[in-house]
Design a protein around this ligand. Sequence first.
Ligand SMILES: Cc1cc2nc3c(=O)[nH]c(=O)nc-3n(C[C@H](O)[C@H](O)[C@H](O)COP(=O)(O)O)c2cc1C
Length: 113
Amino acid sequence: MHMELVVGAWDFGVDVVCRDAPHLVIAHGLAADATAQSACTIALTYLELAAPSLGLGTCWGGFFGAAAMFWPPLQEALALPKGHVCYGTAMVGRPKFKYHRLPARNTPKVTWA
Ligand SMILES: Cc1cc2nc3c(=O)[nH]c(=O)nc-3n(C[C@H](O)[C@H](O)[C@H](O)COP(=O)(O)O)c2cc1C
């Protein structure tokens, strides 16, 4: 996850973890529930799709999610319900930029069988 770059950016005052977002949505579910991880990913995906209609922007919180998964002090601070695991996070805020067209995308590598 290029953590050395993340830490280096932080030292220069650039927050690539939460992007200075005012809000963070945490999707969590029971570790014992085999469907919880997919449900959380689907929920955050719908959040991402719905946000612009409310004038909001989102960004997936992969770095925060990894810390919530593996770093006990953050798990303690989050105080999720017993048996729950963080399966994804999304930063939410007012977008700084307005896009007038879709950003250019690389052609996906798709193999049709
Ligand atoms: C699973 C996942 C986790 C991500 N985690 C972060 C993150 O922690 N911080 C961040 O700034 N962007 C994060 N991103 C956003 C990527 O940086 C973003 O998708 C990339 O800049 C390309 O953006 P675009 O697809 O809108 O062009 C994440 C994206 C995904 C799919």
